[in-house]
Design a protein around this ligand. Structure first.
Ligand SMILES: [Zn+2]
Ligand SMILES: [Zn+2]
Length: 282
């Protein structure tokens, strides 16, 4: 039996252009997932887009074009009413699947009031804490995926990991820290090689801080998490592992889970007390 997929996006995430909650549930049943959490994006950071970025037409309504050529993207809020209605409809249609509500909070420590307000209104069952942006000057942010253009990649990833420590220390309202390797997805391999061991100290500090805060580490399979990180998580005292496809398309739900559970098992983790739980230390 596969573990729950605790991090999935639907049409209620602003960057999931072909997302579909119903089609995702259908696929989850087909591949035998016991449970799924729709953790839609709550992104409060506003980004100035890089000059060479090709703006998808779907983002046009959220983008302001300034006279000096700058384009500023403000991600839209979640349509909570539509989201919760669709969730109810899916629960009726797929009784064999446990369907959890959820949210992926981005940089929650920078936006405590807006985050608290959303969480209160949403009543979410799975709350993920994420980092996607790097802080620039003043109120200016930049998605990490774009940050590699101007800076040295190692500095970008170190900055990301240091910010993750601040997130955990300054914000407590979450269960799971997502994708500790998010910047690695966008690594410019043509310019510089990636060597995980260069970042071991920084990654271990994030994991130690997370373990002390009694939170769960996410095993994100979009870029399969390096098995060494799962081992470091156990050594630093980590108790729980949450599996996550981070699917933005129905066909990607539960993707890579068969390999991921083997990695987690080899690192000393096992399924929790029931099918719906996080994995725990063996
Ligand atoms: Zn994310
Ligand atoms: Zn996500």
């Amino acid at each position: 039996m596969l573990p729950p997929d605790n991090h999935v996006h639907s049409e209620y995430s602003w960057d999931a252009f072909r997302g579909s909650m119903e089609a995702t549930c259908e696929r989850a049943v087909e591949i035998g997932l016991p449970s799924i959490a729709f953790t839609e994006h709550a992104d409060f950071s506003v980004s100035t887009l890089p000059a060479d970025f090709v703006l998808p037409e779907q983002w046009e309504p959220h983008t302001v074009h300034h006279d000096d050529g700058r384009r500023v993207l403000t991600p839209p809020d979640i349509d909570l009413t539509g989201y919760l209605e669709t969730l109810e409809r899916c629960r009726d249609r797929f009784p064999q699947l446990r369907i959890l509500s959820g949210v992926e909070l981005s940089e929650a420590h920078w936006f405590p009031e807006r985050t608290a307000d959303l969480v209160k209104r949403g009543g979410f069952q799975r709350i993920l804490a994420s980092l996607h942006s790097a802080s620039l000057r003043d109120e200016d942010y930049l998605d990490v995926s774009w940050g590699f253009k101007g800076s040295h990649p190692a500095a970008v990833y170190r900055g990301y990991l240091a910010e993750a420590v601040r997130l955990i220390e300054e914000f407590d309202g979450f269960e799971v820290l997502t994708h500790i390797d998010y910047p690695v997805r966008y690594w410019p391999h043509d310019r510089v090689g990636f060597d995980l061991t260069e970042f071991e100290t920084d990654i271990r500090l994030v994991l130690r801080t997370l373990a002390r805060a009694d939170k769960v580490m996410e095993f994100n399979t979009r870029l399969p998490l390096d098995p060494r990180v799962v081992g470091w998580w156990r050594e630093e005292g980590g108790k729980g592992v949450s599996f996550a496809s981070d699917a933005h398309l129905p066909e990607n739900v539960g993707k890579g889970f068969r390999e991921a559970v083997e990695v987690a098992r080899a690192a000393g983790f096992k399924p929790g007390a029931d099918l719906f739980d996080f994995w725990v230390r063996d």
